[in-house]
Design a protein around this ligand. Sequence first.
Ligand SMILES: CC(C)(COP(=O)(O)OP(=O)(O)OC[C@H]1O[C@@H](n2cnc3c(N)ncnc32)[C@H](O)[C@@H]1OP(=O)(O)O)[C@@H](O)C(=O)NCCC(=O)NCCS
Length: 430
Amino acid sequence: MTNQRTATLTIDGQTTEFPIMSGTVGPDVVDIRSMYGKTGMFTYDTGYLSTASCKSSITYIDGDKGELWYRGYPIEQLAENCDFLDTCYLLKNGELPNAAQKEEYLTSIKKHTLLHEQLAKFYQGFRRDAHPMAIMAGVVGALSAFYHDGMDISDQAHRDVSINRLIAKMPTIVAMAYKYSVGQPFMYPRNDLDYASNFMYMMFATPCEEYKPNPVLAKALDRIFILHADHEQNASTSTVRLAGSSGANPYAVIAAGIACLWGPAHGGANEACLQMLEEIGDVSRVPEYIKRAKDKNDSFKLMGFGHRVYKNFDPRAKLMRQTCYEVLTELGLENDRLFKLAMELERIALEDEYFIEKKLYPNVDFYSGIVQKALGIPTSMFTCIFALARTIGWITQWNEMITDSEYKIGRPRQLYVGPARRDVKPVEQR
Ligand SMILES: CC(C)(COP(=O)(O)OP(=O)(O)OC[C@H]1O[C@@H](n2cnc3c(N)ncnc32)[C@H](O)[C@@H]1OP(=O)(O)O)[C@@H](O)C(=O)NCCC(=O)NCCS
């Protein structure tokens, strides 16, 4: 970082200088931390459109180039050469594990896959038709009741155990939410299986018959986990940082991230994409819907197209597209009605002037919804899968914040536009 360059701000003829900071890559930032002290003014930036809320060395996105890196490694290379637990290790520790480190990491994760039996009983308190994200927010938040006393977040060893616990237990928590909703018995984790296969086992096995996770499908699921593991300072990650900045219990903090992710503008898009495909229903109706998406007077948008950050192809979408083909071929679903419809939509949108001009490409949610449906995951569980995968990103960002020497409780300012000072009148005069 260099502070040599400065930015000059002139307010009412009064000039103040602010240092400019540079990261490894990406836009420079103007350091305005001293602005209120020097000028008596705040900045106004709803939605953080121009505000960097922290320094981070975890994830980098270049939306114009369509690049996503975890700790400097392009997502394409990680998806091709690593599995999800390699990715977790990388995000958390900054480097990929060697063989011995991986072995040790797997052992430490597998130590924590079981849920406390008392916690498993929590599920009975929910209605069977409760949204699984509501159950997840409740159960993950409740972990804080089990691991609070004696937990010292200033101690790295304590933080490491919490991080491993979360990564290990999240598949168990998600699968139990599903099993509860369909009224089937919980399946306990099997530590002889890899991370994704164990999750599939807990989701789809029953005590009545043998279940062998299909390796092609497990690999597809593992890829979904890798692609969703982190995405720098998005809404849920910023929620986690803000909630955690008060020194709150990390499990409660992750529950806050889950609550934020649940919103349709964030984690709910692949669910919306599948609902749209169902609504379109048939290939013959694709032109009609493309026309509606382009009509300024129609609020309909093509779900799964466009992205706030990626104005080039979403690099995750390319990888998910490949996985989508692999899964549908493995399952013999190439001629599936919804898949054919999705491919026709993709073909037309990629050729259409409107979508080309506005740089609207299919995003990762477009393909991941189709893959998850093919895997047998119900639509209402899609955001839970996203939460499972994003947990490592959330907790790594939390860990980075706690260890940052510049870390402070998050406390934004405001522009007050309410009534000016006034006096309370006696009730008979109001
Ligand atoms: C993701 C999204 C919110 C990004 O929005 P954004 O960065 O604010 O982009 P804008 O809404 O400014 O879009 C630019 C233009 O493209 C149009 N547009 C954007 N996404 C579109 C879509 N999916 N279908 C049709 N038109 C779309 C907008 O209407 C706008 O048109 P205008 O220039 O005539 O006003 C938006 O593309 C969207 O709603 N996509 C569908 C939902 C989705 O898949 N979300 C998942 C995100 S991971």
